[in-house]
Design a protein around this ligand. Structure first.
Ligand code: F0G
Length: 489
């Protein structure tokens, strides 16, 4: 008999099932992405969302105290894939704030109470990623993983490094050389992760790490990017907390920046399940905002009319689009380095999300991002540049009258302002601290816990060596830099 929790291919023409203990990031039969699914009839599901309120008063260091304290696990009946509560890896994530941002609303021409900001930068590692990492690390512990890794534009690496140290696993992060904000790099180093600076951008890093994790199981890498479906289970909780803060009423709109498109996919999954369980009546609409310098989703959705189409996504449209990017030697570029991604791995899930939540996509320029980031700082608690894409996107959708001034809107602020202090200082003073850092003299690093990044060529054998695995023990190392087939994106 099928277990109450299992993994399932998202392609409705396939729907292959896998055990929850399987470690995989795509379907063995058709290469599509995977979902975590539940047979709710066999699980203790609350009859109403008010059920979760009894956990607000739990205290103490026992398992219930630890789980109820977490803004992810206090909703554990809605992500019940784990075997025992003791196995859950939690650092006290998800205790974030939904701010009624009336001062900012006034500047945006909206009435009080209509604009709300969800500050995910208030997580322990300073970004929304902790919501997903707690779930993926719980799964990693379930399957006995010791070595965990990710490619990252910075926040995933900071979060992974924090959780890996906490769970006593080896954390390895792949970052594009010169691509990430200093605050994020400093976290990966400080928390003790092996930090490989690969010559190339995020897309190249992700391609490499997938190649190593999937083709070389003998190295034993557990992949922590959002292509891992367990990450998205944790990220559903951002929506649960918004509902909680609104006394279990859905807002009219949720607006989120789009990078690898894990967050928007997780949000829609949360609402699909809540709807299926009869726990909400209304599903909000979704807006996913790209930066103009990394606008694959918006281009494919609005200009190439790519749709979920009941699961029959036209993959050749995606392959052709990526082929054209390769031909023109295109590399994404935006001040919002967190979302500087041109091949978003969760694209099909994002299309499903847009379909289910009756969504829209837009792109915003770096200038719009910087101006709206400054506004969030002046009239709110602040955020990093990528996060402000949501507010810049709101401005665009208000101007276009897609969103009306009477609707209630939640913008997700994905990362903390101090993640990228350079962007802030440059905006206010014109001083480019990043350029100064790149040319700064390097002294010795004598600190007892010093953990410098390791520069590595975009070469499989070199990367495997840097990870500490002996290349002679590794099967079939090629040096190919070729792309994965489009169906695997
Ligand atoms: N905002 C911030 C601050 C991010 O760090 C990211 C993604 C996003 C938005 C986009 O979220 O990928 O779910 O669409 N950062 C990843 C990283 C890619 O490596 O830290 P998404």
């Amino acid at each position: 008999m099928k277990e109450a929790a299992f993994q399932q291919c998202i392609n409705p023409a396939c729907l292959a099932n896998y055990a929850v203990e399987d470690v995989r990031v795509s379907c063995a039969k058709c290469s599509s992405l995977l979902d975590i699914k539940y047979d709710w009839s066999r699980l203790p599901v609350p009859k109403s969302l008010n059920f979760f309120e009894h956990r607000w008063s739990t205290k103490g260091t026992g398992t219930a105290g630890r789980l109820d304290f977490s803004g992810v696990w206090r909703f554990r009946e809605l992500l019940p894939f784990y075997r025992t509560e003791d196995e859950v890896v939690s650092v006290g994530e998800g205790r974030t704030v939904l701010q009624q941002a009336d001062l900012l609303a006034g500047r945006m021409g909206m009435r009080p109470g209509k604009l709300l900001l969800q500050y995910e930068g208030l997580n322990p590692s300073g970004s929304f990623k902790d919501n997903g990492m707690t779930a993926a690390f719980t799964h990693a512990r379930m399957v006995g993983a010791h070595r965990v890794a990710c490619a990252s534009t910075g926040n995933t690496s900071a979060s992974l490094a924090l959780f890996a140290a906490f769970a006593e696993m080896q954390g390895i992060v792949f970052i594009g050389s010169g691509k990430i904000a200093f605050g994020k790099l400093s976290q990966a180093l400080d928390y003790g992760a092996l930090t490989l600076q690969i010559e190339g951008d995020f897309d190249a890093c992700l391609r490499r790490i997938r190649q190593i994790a999937v083709d070389h199981p003998e190295i034993g890498i557990y992949l922590m990017n959002s292509v891992n479906p367990f990450r998205l289970e944790g990220q559903k909780s951002i929506m649960f907390r918004i509902l909680e803060a609104l006394d279990w009423q859905s807002p009219d709109w949720v607006i989120v920046p789009g990078g690898n498109l894990g967050n928007c996919s997780a949000f829609a999954k949360a609402f699909m399940e809540l709807k299926e369980l009869g726990l909400i009546k209304k599903v909000p609409r979704l807006a996913v905002i790209n930066a103009t310098g990394a606008n694959t989703l918006n281009q494919l959705y609005n200009h190439h009319h790519l749709r979920w189409n009941n699961g029959a996504v036209e993959m050749e449209k995606i392959a052709n689009y990526y082929g054209a990017l390769d031909e023109s030697n295109y590399h994404p570029h935006t001040i919002a380095s967190a979302i500087e991604i041109s091949r978003p791995v969760n694209l099909p899930k994002a299309l499903r999300a847009l379909d289910f939540m009756h969504g829209v996509t837009r792109e915003v320029s770096d200038e719009e991002i910087l101006e709206h980031r400054a506004m969030v700082a002046r009239w709110g608690f602040g955020c990093e540049p990528a996060s402000a894409a949501s507010v810049a996107g709101l401005r665009k959708l208000l101007d276009e009258q897609v969103i009306s001034k009477d609707e209630q809107v939640v913008c997700i602020l994905t990362g903390h302002e101090l993640k990228d202090a350079n962007a802030t200082v440059k905006y206010h003073t014109g001083i480019d601290m990043k350029a100064a850092q790149d040319n700064a003299p390097r002294g010795p690093t004598n600190g007892k816990y010093a953990n410098a990044p390791v520069p590595v060529a975009d070469d499989l054998a070199a990367i495997i060596k840097a990870i500490g695995a002996e290349p002679e023990k590794i099967r079939n190392i090629g040096t190919g830099t070729g792309h994965l087939p489009a169906t695997e994106y």
